[in-house]
Design a protein around this ligand. Structure first.
Ligand code: IMP
Ligand code: MG
Length: 195
């Protein structure tokens, strides 16, 4: 992660994006510490199990890649892609790309980058529960509890953050900033509120 700062090409790319960042709230070191803690906790909790991690595309990609390397069990991964819309009504979610494998009877951990209103994960929990997994839990790196509309009970939460729009470490604004190695607040003049 830190290497990114050193190379010339990366440095130029980052600088252009860094201009759009108001404040860094999690440094690469902060993230590493949290991801390691979550990985250790999952390793202990699923010691005698064979968990399947389900990454929610696309915001969880960087997180899940690091998380599985902090889990000392033989984990498997799969991915699901969902999209949420404000219209016709807020909270309308649909599956864009479904899981490749059945989850019936398996111990599932949904891996998400951030929980905001809770609509996306609330929908996913409902849909995946219908497939009768042995267990179904949520692991999110970030949580914005102030924005929650739908009650969720995530078992693994990295960091609670204030109600600000953040990017980096997989999280985007209009598909940009995912490759920043830190998590930062996007300047409000760039982020036009249409959540
Ligand atoms: P929810 O359905 O409102 O909980 O929203 C969850 C999804 O919204 C996440 O998977 C992200 O894709 C996106 N999202 C919510 N807040 C942020 C943010 O601060 N930065 C980037 N994406 C966000
Ligand atoms: Mg997004």
């Amino acid at each position: 992660m830190r290497g990114g700062y050193g190379t010339k090409a990366n440095g130029m790319m980052e600088n252009e994006m860094i201009d759009d960042i108001e404040e860094i709230i999690l440094t690469p070191e902060d993230i590493e510490r949290e991801v390691s803690r979550l990985g250790q906790k999952i390793s202990a909790d699923y010691m005698d199990k064979d968990p399947l991690l389900v990454g929610v595309l696309r915001g969880s990609t960087v997180f899940i890649a690091d998380l599985i390397r902090h889990i000392s069990l033989p984990v498997r991964i799969d991915f699901i892609s969902i999209s949420s819309y404000q219209h016709p009504s807020p909270g309308v979610v649909r599956i864009i790309k479904d899981l490749d494998e059945p989850i019936t009877g398996k111990d599932i951990i949904i891996v998400e980058g951030i929980i905001d209103t809770g609509f996306s994960l609330g929908y996913l929990m409902r849909v995946l529960n219908l497939r009768k997994p042995a267990s179904l839990e949520i692991c999110t790196l970030l949580d914005k509890p102030a924005r929650r509309i739908l009650a969720l009970n995530p078992k693994y939460v990295g960091v609670e953050i204030p109600d600000k729009f953040v990017v980096g470490y997989g999280l985007d604004y209009n598909q940009k900033y995912r490759n920043l190695p830190f998590i930062g607040v996007l300047k409000p003049e760039i982020y036009q509120s249409n959540r």
